[in-house]
Design a protein around this ligand. Structure first.
Ligand code: PLP
Length: 475
């Protein structure tokens, strides 16, 4: 018997410890510190410990996890974790991940993952329907929104640059230019850098007063680049900018891309899944005209990290960018099952679809619709409360769930101090934001656990802070 398999007794014990851990975690969540002060000495000791030659066993392992890992981990699932765009995992996340690790399907070609291949396809087809993509669409689950955008831009290169797969960008040809807005996520610049486009060839187009891409400025930039002998190639529009949740005018941008023959990618990592809410579909009109879109099930579908998604409207283009023949992988494609190695850069790949599918099965889509709607309502409640408070000012319209505001007259350092105070006293974890050069605070309700009570508690504290400046002395 292998030393690496648990005995019946050990398996039972591991089960007990795991169940106890999950149970305690859930029960203690409401009182947990959102941002625990890391035990630096404990963490340094963890780093200094050499890997043991003799194992510490199941109980030893769980003790170590409970002593060293849990107390030094950020409580992302806390109901007042309102920073960045990060949702707490849904209730079946841990169980689906355990099953995925147990069956360890390799989601590269269907022989190694027949059910997983169909589950991934089913999740992708469901997501494509939400976006409004036609039946030709194909996609792949990715490590996140950043990778989805990178993989989309690589697809756009393969599709729009003749001979790209063979000669890459190593030919003398006019430099390609990609257009996005000043409010776009850094992953667009990162993808341009990785793919050899170069950050100098990313145009960050100005936005209007609502932080949406200015289409007239976009048109002018494209014209100027053509005039200068460059080659406009791709537009990355944003459906839900990371700072304010602004949705670029997708229909107008799609018109322009069609007229100018440019690839249109929509970064929907934050906002795309709000399409689940009927009320927001109009705002996002034009999204289905994109050539590709990235979504992030690990945000609005509350899948545990990592679960991003790329969808390409003409799925054959995705395959054309990534499929390679190889002699050692000889399984013929089956019409029912997809070989995902032909749709992305990875060969070995985990079963991300299981956790997304499991949550949809266990809770149903209506529960996700309700959770999404609730986050929108809570963000509005927070925004109204801020507007009604003397000494606080909203910095941007609240389109989705990001609420950007400032304490009037506070310096950058004082705004940071407010953030630190709120975190230290465990009121909430908010994040910083800079809009038009103005520094402020940002609460983003990407959290299915947040309640009106949480929002009211944060508001009450913000009112005290707004009245009580200078802030020193609050800790
Ligand atoms: C979160 C986010 C990303 C990056 O997604 P990851 O999953 O963190 O890689 C990209 N764009 C926007 C608008 C986002 O909100």
């Amino acid at each position: 018997m292998s030393e690496l398999v648990l005995t019946d007794e050990e398996r039972a014990r591991a089960g007990e410890r795991l169940v106890a851990l999950l149970d305690r975690y859930e029960r203690e969540l409401p009182g947990a510190q959102v941002l625990p002060e890391p035990d630096r000495d404990g963490l340094a000791a963890l780093l200094a410990d050499s890997v043991p030659d003799k194992g510490i066993g199941v109980d030893g392992l769980f003790d170590r996890i409970e002593d060293a890992i849990l107390p030094n981990s950020t409580t992302v699932a806390h109901s007042r974790f309102l920073a960045y765009v990060l949702g707490p995992p849904n209730g079946v996340a841990a169980y689906a991940e355990a099953v995925a690790a147990t069956i360890n399907q390799n989601c590269n070609f269907w022989q190694l993952s027949p059910a997983a291949s169909v589950v991934e396809r089913s999740v992708l087809e469901w997501l494509a329907t939400i976006v409004g993509f036609p039946a030709t669409a194909k996609g792949i689950l990715t490590g996140g929104g950043s990778l989805a955008t990178l993989q989309a831009m690589a697809t756009a290169l393969a599709d729009r640059v003749p001979g790209f797969r063979e000669t890459g960008l190593q030919r003398s040809a006019p430099p390609l230019v990609v257009y996005t807005s000043v409010e776009a996520h850094r992953s667009v610049d990162k993808a341009a850098a990785i793919l050899g486009i170069g950050i100098d060839h990313v145009r960050h187009i100005a936005t209007d007063e609502q932080y949406r891409m200015d289409v007239a400025a976009l048109t002018a930039a494209i014209d100027a680049d053509r005039e200068a002998g460059l080659r406009p190639w791709c537009v990355v529009a944003t459906c839900g900018t990371v700072a304010t949740g602004a949705v670029d005018p997708l229909d107008a941008i799609a018109d322009l891309c069609a007229a100018q023959d440019l690839w249109l990618h929509v970064d929907g990592a934050y906002g795309g899944l709000f399409l689940l809410c009927e009320g927001l579909r109009e705002l996002m009109g034009g999204v289905a005209r994109a050539d590709s879109i990235s979504l992030d099930p690990h945000k609005l579908l509350f899948a545990p990290l990592e679960a991003g998604c790329l969808l390409v409207r003409e799925g054959a283009k995705l395959r054309a960018a990534y499929a390679f023949d190889s002699s050692y992988l000889t399984v013929a494609e089956d019409p029912l099952m997809t070989d995902y190695m032909d749709y992305g850069p990875q060969l070995s790949r985990n079963f991300k679809a299981l956790k997304v599918w499991s949550a949809l099965q266990a809770f149903g889509v209506d529960s996700f619709r309700a959770a999404t709607r609730r986050t929108l309502e809570l963000a509005q409640r927070l925004a109204r409360g801020i507007e009604a408070t003397a000494g606080l000012t909203l910095l941007a319209p609240v389109t989705l769930t990001a609420v950007c505001f400032a304490v009037d007259g506070a310096t950058r350092d004082e705004q940071t101090e407010v953030l630190e105070t709120l975190a230290a006293e465990n009121t909430a974890l908010l994040g910083p934001v800079v809009l038009n050069g103005r520094h402020g605070l940002r609460a983003c309700v990407t959290n299915h656990r947040t309640t009106t009570r949480d929002i009211d508690l944060v508001l009450a504290r913000l009112r005290e802070i707004a009245v009580g400046r200078p802030l020193t002395g609050y800790r």
